[in-house]
Write a protein that binds this ligand. Structure first.
Ligand code: SAH
Length: 354
């Protein structure tokens, strides 16, 4: 985010920054409070809705700032489990994807952190067209705000696991996390927020030093440097041992148990030997493994192992004392997984009616 954007994008400002901006406009501090409340608690879609602000001030704000407001262009609801998929249009016309999942413990929203992605993971649909741009903090927030407004239901958990590599958009991510979990906005508990990364070592370490209580999910997907390189180009930049050291550091600084994500690909990383090596790699760490049978992507010829192989892999890990669960597949009937809805939309031409 450059400096111009930072000033103009009012919905990404911290309460302190907003107070300073409002003072510079010659307004009283309580106006900053009202404005913050409209933006992050009442979830207004624009200055016009802010009826307790004088008209003159609203006009001044409109002239001075941009107001991020995402437009839902598609909403699909799963008949199987109530999962909802959304496509949102950004003000520059780019389209991003978000997902609402309903669990017993509450509603969880999976948000995108970038339009596109430049990490190039071989099995992932979201990276095929490369990176378009970083999302602003306000654009990450408004995915949650809009879903809360559309459904009328409270969101209690947020996972940054949609399109994009959050640690490749680090400054905006941090700002987003502070606004999301700060006491004056939705005030979502840090413990209910997960950030998933392909493993950008220096940024994992930087995040650890923020000492937030969020969960770090590390996309591991392989039990050796060699195999990981075949699936994830980012592994050419970072040694697996350095990635794992950074995860240990994250735990040391935050006390938060690490989640390792492991997408199981038939014939690639799903053998008993792989499970053994994986256990050897992370055994003894305070962690948890989330097994994800790979979602087939049309452009790639990766296949899911059969159910028996997935269960066997989990059992093997547990035999070695590594805690592992298999991710429940949500929204199978609505092109649920990883960038599928977005890809379908782009391929069909974005002018099609919904
Ligand atoms: N850039 C972040 C967030 C990406 S998506 C990261 O790499 O962690 C969240 C998870 O879904 C990651 O673990 C990612 O590797 C995984 N994923 C992406 N495409 C997938 C697919 N087709 N099948 C299974 N998992 C996939």
């Amino acid at each position: 985010m450059n400096i111009d954007n930072k000033i103009r994008d009012i919905r990404s400002l911290s309460p302190e920054e907003l107070t300073a901006e409002i003072a510079a406009l010659g307004e009283k501090p309580f106006r900053a409070k009202q404005l913050f409340q409209w933006m992050h608690e009442k979830l207004a879609d624009g200055f016009d809705e802010m009826t307790n602000l004088p008209k003159g001030l609203r006009e001044k704000l409109r002239e001075t700032y941009d107001y991020t407001h995402l437009e839902a262009v598609e909403r699909k609801i799963s008949a199987l489990d109530g999962t909802e998929k959304y496509l949102f249009r950004l003000s520059d016309g780019n389209v991003i994807e978000s997902v609402l999942m309903r669990y017993h413990h509450g509603n969880s929203v999976c948000i995108s952190s970038q339009a596109g992605c430049r990490m190039g993971c071989r099995f992932c649909a979201s990276t095929i067209g490369g990176l378009t741009r970083n999302l602003l903090p306000s654009e990450m927030l408004d995915q949650i705000y809009q879903i809360q407004k559309i459904t009328g239901e409270r969101v209690s958990n947020v996972v940054v696991m949609g399109t994009g590599e959050p640690l490749d958009n680090y400054e905006n991510l941090l700002r987003f996390l502070r606004l999301l979990t700060g006491e004056h906005g939705l005030h979502i508990s840090q413990r209910n927020v997960t950030v998933s990364t392909c493993g950008i070592v220096e940024k994992i370490r930087a995040l650890a030093e923020e000492e937030l209580q969020i969960t770090l999910a590390l996309s591991l997907h392989a039990s050796s440097q060699e195999k990981r390189r075949q699936l994830m180009p980012v592994a050419n930049r970072y040694e697996l041992s350095d990635v794992l050291d950074a995860c240990r550091y994250y735990f040391d600084r935050t006390g938060r148990r690490i989640t390792f994500e492991y997408s199981l690909v038939g014939g690639v990383n799903d053998t008993a030997q792989d499970a053994k090596e994986l256990a050897g790699l992370i055994g003894g760490m305070n962690c948890h493994v989330n097994l994800i049978p790979v979602n087939p992507v049309k452009e790639r010829n990766f296949v899911q192992p059969d159910r028996g192989a997935v269960l066997a892999f989990q059992r093997k890990l547990e035999q070695y004392g590594v805690n592992a669960t298999i991710r429940r597949e949500m929204g199978r009937d609505i092109a649920g997984a990883c960038g599928q809805l977005w890809k379908g939309y782009i391929e069909a031409g974005s002018d099609r009616s919904t």
